[in-house]
Structures are given as structure tokens and as C-alpha cells.
Design a protein around this ligand. Structure first.
Ligand code: M6R
Length: 609
């Protein structure tokens, strides 16, 4: 987790770094800090527990001058959020400063050795060993000292290092934690993610594992893990800066909810040729490859996992391959049965989720063909996978995932349909019909959004509750699970989703007079069963809000309220059914006075195990 920004050039570093950090707060916001080498060849630093605004206040009162610096926004792993645990960390002479993202797993051993040697630690962080170890190895060459220190570390990390004795230098390294280098006019940037530097440059190098960056006297050199100079391809970032900002909405989450029709269109339409056939450019699987696959796993975390559950329905129904879906943190330790006939699909908006990345590496090592569905070009999962499907949802900043989820579902429909067609499991007429139906979802999402004020009313029924329940059957149960996750993570209301048929085996004991129960009822074959389940909870005092297809009059007879959504074929209904639940979560969170985009205890990108 955590966000790193670094600058070296001829402008004031502090402003650029703080601006960059403001774009990275989604990575963590427990504390923020900065260290700048000033003209007197000393390091000036400031750091503060809490949001970036706290650091900005300090800098407004005591500006820091200098053209080389590093900054950090933290999501605490080792040591509680506090001023002293904030980054940057400095050596005792304050000649070296380090910012760090990730975890140095063997930091305890290193700390013990350094302590015996007389190094004094101020913080509880793993990061502090980095600065002291570089100090220990320093013999006049900053790069060599950093390189030697890094060779001792185990774990996942990205580091930025500056020294008052090397005013014209910046050193950085990437291992399993994302880091990019931006190239400006006579200036260089390092950052954990593109939005941090987009205002200044679109030209970036995406670092690979173990690559080390050295800027010295205006010259950038990148080394691989064996200390060989590497020539990397400079990439141009196509994102619009506006796409990475709120676009007139009060919160990123609402903007991103509204981005969904476009995300559906972009993810689908750019992959259709003039005949309306799907072309998955970064997926090289042939008909023969597909026929050789006897089993698929879909592995992901959180919302991406829920998209995987929808993916299972689509792939099994269309491509007729058995699919197991697992949570990445479980899968990686479950000794899964994998052979060369296994395909693993990983789903990750950020492409940097540590458990997902580890799961895919495990499956790859066991011989599986690995396909990644990710939103971030050049992300770790994209680079590690054999095949990639990029969801073109645009940058997702709010911690609560919305448009990435929708785009991931579209990705699964397309993959399932493409595989089915290649295998001869679907006829052309059905193929064309389904593409038309997927395309039609964008306008249907727009029509639900146009009804958002009516949906806001339901937040009044939910905002003061201590708990809430979501029910569904079949693929509606998946929607219920995603909806429950969304409500709990931004409202802090205890919310649980249940398979409606399972209720009478225990969970129904939780229903009391007035308990809000939101029921998703979009699957024709399961409608009668759901109506029975609604009656059961109503009989125990629940207040039932149902989400149902337009024209469904039966559900209205049993529920207290019904949110009607447009009709699509059942397989595609999760894309529509989730939209009202996103809006409800958003409005409940606002009504409770929460920080919608940055809910407590969470970070956007979970790059630690
Ligand atoms: O970047 P990823 O898709 O791998 O992230 C996975 C989860 O951490 C993420 O979906 C999380 O559950 C969201 N906060 C849910 O809104």
C-alpha cells in the first residue's frame, strides 16, 4: 500500500510532490510526509499523521525549498499511524531519507543486527531498517549503498532515496510494488501510479521487478537486478487528466458510478470489428488451446471476486467449461489441483493486489495458462499473465469499486462468448444477439441513473439501521454479495448477504422488527422461490426493498417497496441490478457523514498480503 512520489529537476520539488501525493491518497491516508534536499546541502523534512491536509498546513507555515525530494502517503502496516511512523525515515545524521511502499519481511532480523551495531530506531516501521542499512553501506556512492541494502531485503517494496551529500541524485527501486518513472523537460519523477505525475508528463517507464533507477546530474539510468543497464520502452499515457479527477461530481464514487455506461461501451465496442465480431487482441488462445482446457479457476479479491462469480455463470453457460471461483488469499494456500489443462483467470482492477498476484504466480508455476482481467495497463498482473483483457473503465479512484466491477462483468461476458464461439458451443445468431444485448446495457444503466433521486429516498430507510441484509438466488446472490460489501465498506453498517434459500438454516434468526432486507429478484426461474423468501422475512418483521425487472407485479405484492430496473436477459441482469445498490450505498454513506471516497481502515490498492 502507500504512495510514493519523487522529483528531481529545476523546479521546487515540494509543490510537485505534494500535488502528486494528493493523487495517491487512494493508496493510503494514515499520514503523509516529504523530504527535500535544500540548497544548503541538508535535508528538510516534514511529516504528519492524518490526511495530506495536515502536511500541507505545516508546509504552508514553513515552506521547504529545494529541487530534489521524495514524498509519501501511508497506509500503516508496521506500526500504528503516528507522526514518528510516517515516512520519510532518516538516518541519525539526517543525511539520508527514504520513502517506502510494501513490506520488508526480514526487517526484524536486520533491525536486531543494526541495533547491536549501535543504530537507534525511532519508529516501529520496517522502512526504518532501509535507511539505516543504506547508511551502514554508504562509502561515498549512494547508488552502491542502496543496491547493497536492497540485496539484503526480502519482501515486496518500492523505495525512493535521496541524500544531502548527493544533491543531484535520486535513487529508486521496485520489487513487487508498483513504481513508474516520469520523464519531463530536464526533470524526472518517480511515482507509485500515473495520476501523481500526469499533470507534468505523459511519458513514463514502467519498472520491472528488481529494476533500479538512478538519476544523476540530469541523466537517468535504469539497471536490472544484475546491475546491467536496461533500455526500456518509453510509454505514453493516454489518460486524460480530467479522467483522473472528479469531473464536477462531489465525490469520485459518484463520478465513477456515472462513468459506467461509458465503461461498458469502451470495454465492449472497441473490441468489435465491422461485422460485430469480438477481437481480443491480447488473448492469444486458439481454438486448440481452448479445447485443451478442461477446468478453469477464477481468482480475485473483494469486488473483483464478485465479478468472477458472475464470470463463472457466463463461462459455464456459454463456453461449457467447469469453473471454480476462489478468493486469492485462500487459493494461494489451498494447494489447488492445477495441470497444463487448467486455465486461471485473475481479476484485479489495480493489477497490483498482492494476493491475486501471488495466486497467479503459483498457478503459472504449476503449468496453468493465466489470463488477467485488469484495468491498469502495465500493472503487475498484466505483465505476469500469458493473456490480458484490459477493462477500459478509466482510472478508478474511490476505494469502493463500481465502474471496474461493471467493466469486469462485461469482460467476462465477452470472454465467455468468444471462447464459446471458438469452441463451436454457440451459434452465430445467439452470438450476435448476445453482443447486441450487452451493448444495450449501457443505455439501460443510464436510465437507472436518471432515476437516482428516487433511489436516494431508500437511503432514509437504511441510514440509521445497525444492520442490514441482502438476499438473492442464483446470480442475484452474487449481486447481493457485492451490494452488501459496498454498503458495509462505506457506511460501516453491518451488512450481510445470504443465499435466500439458506435463510431458514440459521440467518433468519437475525431478522427483527424493522430490519432492512434488500432482495434482488431478477432471475425469472427463481422468482417464485424469492417471493416465498420475502414472505418469510416479512413475517418476522423485516422491511423489504426489492430490486426487480420493470413490469414485475408479483414482487410488489409482497415487498414494502420495489426499485424497478430495465429488463435484460437474465445472464446480464447483474450489470443492471448492482446500480441501485451502488447508489444506495453512496447515499447512506453521505447521510451518515462518512468520507465516501476514503472509508476508514481501507486503501484502494492492497499491495500487501
Ligand atoms: O484492485 P483489485 O481489483 O485487485 O482490488 C480487489 C479488492 O481489494 C477491491 O475490489 C475491494 O474489495 C474494493 N474496496 C471493493 O469496493
Amino acid at each position: 500500500m502507500c504512495g510514493i512520489v519523487g522529483y528531481i529537476g529545476n523546479k521546487q520539488a515540494s509543490e510537485i510532490i505534494v500535488d502528486g501525493l494528493s493523487k495517491l491518497e487512494y493508496r493510503g491516508y494514515d499520514s503523509a510526509g516529504i523530504a527535500v534536499v535544500n540548497d544548503n546541502d541538508t535535508i528538510n523534512w516534514a511529516k504528519k499523521k492524518g490526511r495530506l491536509a495536515g502536511l500541507e498546513k505545516i508546509l504552508a507555515e514553513n515552506p521547504i525549498q529545494g529541487t530534489v525530494g521524495i514524498g509519501h502517503t501511508r497506509w500503516a502496516t508496521h506500526g500504528a499511524p503516528s507522526d514518528v511512523n510516517s515516512h520519510p525515515h532518516l538516518n541519525s545524521a539526517e543525511t539520508l531519507a527514504v520513502v517506502h511502499n510494501g513490506i520488508i519481511e526480514n526487517y526484524m532480523q536486520i533491525r536486531e543486527i543494526l541495533t547491536e551495531e549501535g543504530y537507534v530506531f525511532k519508529s516501529e516501521t520496517d522502512t526504518e531498517v532501509a535507511v539505516h542499512l543504506i547508511d551502514k553501506y554508504y562509502e561515498g556512492d549512494l547508488l552502491a549503498a542502496a543496491r547493497k541494502a536492497v540485496s539484503v531485503f526480502r519482501g515486496a517494496y518500492a523505495l525512493g532515496v535521496v541524500s544531502s551529500e548527493h544533491k543531484g541524485e535520486l535513487v529508486a527501486v521496485r520489487k513487487e510494488s508498483p513504481l513508474i518513472v516520469g520523464i519531463g523537460e530536464g526533470e524526472y519523477f518517480i511515482a507509485s501510479d500515473v495520476p501523481a505525475i500526469l499533470k507534468y508528463t505523459r511519458n513514463v517507464y514502467y519498472l520491472e521487478n528488481d529494476e533500479m533507477v538512478h538519476v544523476k546530474d540530469g541523466v537517468l539510468t535504469i539497471y536490472d537486478g544484475n546491475n546491467n543497464v536496461v533500455e526500456k520502452e518509453l510509454k505514453t499515457v493516454e489518460w486524460d487528466i480530467e479522467a483522473a479527477s472528479k469531473g464536477g461530481f462531489d465525490h469520485f464514487m459518484m463520478k465513477e458510478i456515472y462513468d459506467q455506461p461509458q465503461a461498458i461501451r469502451d470495454t465492449l465496442l472497441r473490441r468489435l470489428d465491422e461485422e460485430g465480431m469480438i477481437h481480443l487482441d491480447d488473448i492469444k488462445l486458439t481454438k486448440e488451446d481452448l479445447e485443451g482446457i478442461t477446468k478453469m479457476y477464477i481468482v480475485a479479491c473483494g469486488t473483483a471476486y464478485h465479478a468472477g462469480l458472475v464470470g463463472k455463470f457466463a463461462i459455464e453457460k456459454l463456453a461449457k467449461v467447469p469453473v471454480e471461483v476462489d478468493i486469492a488469499s485462500e487459493f494461494r494456500y489451498s494447494d489447488p489441483f492445477i495441470d497444463e489443462h487448467t486455465m486461471l483467470i485473475v481479476v484485479s482492477q489495480s493489477g497490483e493486489t498482492a494476493d491475486t498476484l501471488a495466486a497467479m504466480k503459483l498457478a503459472k508455476a504449476k503449468g496453468a495458462r493465466v489470463l488477467a482481467i485488469t484495468n491498469v495497463v502495465g500493472s503487475s498482473v498484466a505483465r505476469e499473465a500469458h493473456d490480458v483483457f484490459y477493462t477500459w473503465a478509466g482510472p478508478e479512484i474511490a476505494v469502493a469499486s463500481t465502474k471496474a466491477y461493471t467493466a469486469q462483468m462485461i469482460a467476462f461476458y465477452m470472454i465467455a462468448l468468444d471462447f464459446a464461439y471458438k469452441k463451436g458451443a454457440v451459434i452465430i445468431e445467439r452470438y450476435q444477439e448476445l453482443i447486441k444485448n450487452i451493448e444495450g446495457l449501457a443505455a439501460k444503466v443510464e436510465s437507472i441513473l436518471a432515476n437516482k433521486d428516487a433511489i436516494e429516498q431508500y437511503s432514509k430507510d437504511m441510514k440509521d439501521t445497525h444492520n442490514a441484509f441482502y438476499l438473492g438466488r442464483g446470480v442475484d446472490y452474487t449481486t447481493a454479495r457485492e451490494a452488501a460489501l459496498k454498503l458495509k465498506e462505506i457506511s460501516y453498517i453491518y451488512t450481510e448477504a445470504f443465499a435466500a434459500g439458506e435463510l431458514k438454516h440459521g440467518p433468519i434468526a437475525l431478522i427483527e422488527e424493522g430490519t432492512p432486507v434488500l432482495c434482488v429478484v431478477t432471475q425469472d426461474a427463481l422468482e417464485e422461490k424469492m417471493i416465498s423468501n420475502i414472505k418469510e422475512v416479512k413475517a418476522r418483521g423485516a422491511f423489504v426493498i426489492a430490486i426487480a425487472k420493470e413490469g414485475n407485479t408479483e414482487v410488489a405484492k409482497v415487498a414494502d417497496d420495489v426499485i424497478y430496473i430495465p429488463v435484460a436477459e437474465d445472464l446480464l441482469m447483474p450489470v443492471l441490478a448492482v446500480i441501485p445498490t451502488q447508489l444506495i450505498s453512496y447515499y447512506v454513506s453521505i447521510a451518515r457523514g462518512n468520507d465516501v471516497d476514503k472509508p476508514r481502515n481501507l486503501a484502494k490498492s492492497v499491495t500487501v498480503e
